[in-house]
Design a protein around this ligand. Structure first.
Ligand code: ADP
Ligand code: K
Ligand code: ZN
Length: 434
């Protein structure tokens, strides 16, 4: 199923010609409308982009970083006059000033198309009743999915997050067929549904359109089993306009970019060099259609790889592999790079333990220590000492082989670790605490 079949299955040659034309337009637009880009493009000798001949010439354009967004807060990167801006979104801004994005009417339209593509690829039709349990507000996720789903003709319930009882009541009373949430919140809701005790046949749920944070296949399987749904993943970020940058197709073997609107590259994050196809590195994206806030070569900090191989689903647009997470979330423990998703993939799916965990980093005698606190699914096990020990040992061994590090595994009582309504925050880094 496609939302815009002609574009989504466009022969690559045509697609690349379209990208090249739009890249040149975008560079000229940035050069003419945004003093920040004007200066950078001039300094780099790219100018208005009229000398760009091929897509790989994008490498001569300077990067844009989150710092650049901060330094130009709030509207320094706007390319359109405020009278043409119809919406402002912002990131949660956990560190410093939030990142702001502004949208023209056309931006909202293109964005909704991108989200609609992802949702249709995930199985949504105009017969679906979708509950959006993302927190509404400045966050791009909720309104992004909202507009995209409406465009398909699905029935949208703007539930927002929180109030679990009410969430479940709406599931049942409104005949909800699809859920939009972060994987963490979907997991939380799925456990609540199990505990509420109504049989799954009292629900009409069949789809989950999840995103906005990493979700391992193991975690996905757990959510699917708890709710009896099929889950697809989609990716995006405030700086690039929000969700819909890429998303799963029915193959679930990499998320297809909306390549007519975004030009992706992979770089070595240390050197800034472009990597060859398939290489794992930092995703860099140039927007090709945005009017309010076009972005040249944005360094996403997300680590992934891209393939241009034809996909059995028929879509021709490039696919990115699931991101291991942002370089920001990557922990360096005793010099070893560790992503929370690596730990998650070991833990989820092991017997007797719930999918909830916390990573605690400390510094003891100038050395890093890693403790992983894992919640037991069933308190009964606490009385079965030997099994408990075996479980702990096997987790320790598997973590060691996956991470190449010693980790202390602590098993904690059911329901004692924090649950999340938005993105999960699993790392507790105490290394710089006195
Ligand atoms: P913030 O979290 O800073 O408030 P965003 O909502 O813009 O702002 O977060 C974007 C980031 O979320 C991405 O850079 C990426 O790290 C993460 N993200 C979004 N979607 C996914 C996904 N499907 N899988 C993995 N990570 C994702
Ligand atoms: K306006
Ligand atoms: Zn595909």
């Amino acid at each position: 199923m496609f939302f815009q079949k002609e574009i989504e299955t466009m022969p690559r040659k045509e697609l690349e010609a379209l990208q090249l034309a739009k890249l040149k337009e975008t560079v000229a637009y940035c050069y003419n409308k945004v003093p920040f880009y004007h200066q950078k493009l001039t300094e780099a000798g790219v100018g208005d982009g009229s000398r760009i001949r091929q897509l790989s010439d994008v490498q001569y354009i300077p990067f844009t970083t989150k710092e650049d967004f901060r330094n130009n807060y709030p509207f320094g990167l706007n390319a359109a006059p405020m009278k043409d801006i119809v919406r402002i979104h912002a990131s949660s801004g956990t560190t410093g000033k939030p990142t702001v994005g502004v949208y023209t009417k056309k931006d909202i339209d293109v964005w909704s198309d991108c989200v609609a593509r992802v949702a249709v690829a995930g199985g949504v039709t105009d017969e679906d009743i979708i509950q959006i349990s993302f927190g509404y507000g400045l966050f791009t996720g909720a309104l992004g999915l909202h507009f995209g789903l409406e465009k398909i003709g699905a029935t949208v319930i703007p539930a927002s997050s929180g109030n679990t009882e009410k969430q479940m009541m709406m599931f049942r009373d409104f005949g909800v067929t699809g859920l939009v949430a972060t994987p963490s919140y979907a997991l939380y809701l799925s456990e609540a549904v199990k505990e509420a005790g109504y049989p799954l046949s009292d629900y009409s749920l069949r789809l989950g359109i999840l995103g906005s944070e990493p979700c391992t296949p193991e975690m996905r399987a757990q959510i699917e089993a708890n709710l009896g749904i099929y889950v697809s993943d989609n990716y995006g970020m405030t700086e690039l306009g929000g969700p819909g940058v890429s998303g799963d197709c029915p193959e679930r073997d990499g998320m297809h970019f909306a390549e007519d609107h975004f030009l992706p590259e992979i770089i070595d994050s240390a050197t800034g060099e472009r990597l060859r196809e398939g290489g794992k590195g930092e995703l860099v994206v140039t927007t090709l259609s945005r009017q309010g806030m076009p972005v040249l070569r944005y360094r996403t900090k997300d680590i992934t790889s891209i393939t241009y191989e034809p996909c059995p689903c028929g879509r021709t647009h490039a696919r990115m592999s699931k991101t291991a997470g942002r370089t920001d979330d990557m922990m360096i423990i005793k010099g070893v790079n560790v992503f929370p998703t690596q730990i998650e993939s070991v833990l989820v799916g092991m017997p007797y333990i719930g999918p909830h965990y916390q990573i605690v980093l400390r510094r003891v005698n100038f050395r890093d220590t890693l403790e992983i606190r894992v919640e037991l699914a069933d308190a009964e096990l606490l009385e079965r000492y030997q099994e408990l020990q075996e479980l702990q040992r096997s987790m320790h061994d598997r973590l060691k082989s996956v991470l190449g590090l010693e980790a202390k595994v602590t098993l904690v009582q059911p329901k004692t670790l924090e649950r999340f309504q938005g993105k999960a925050k699993r790392i507790l880094d105490l290394r710089n605490e006195p």
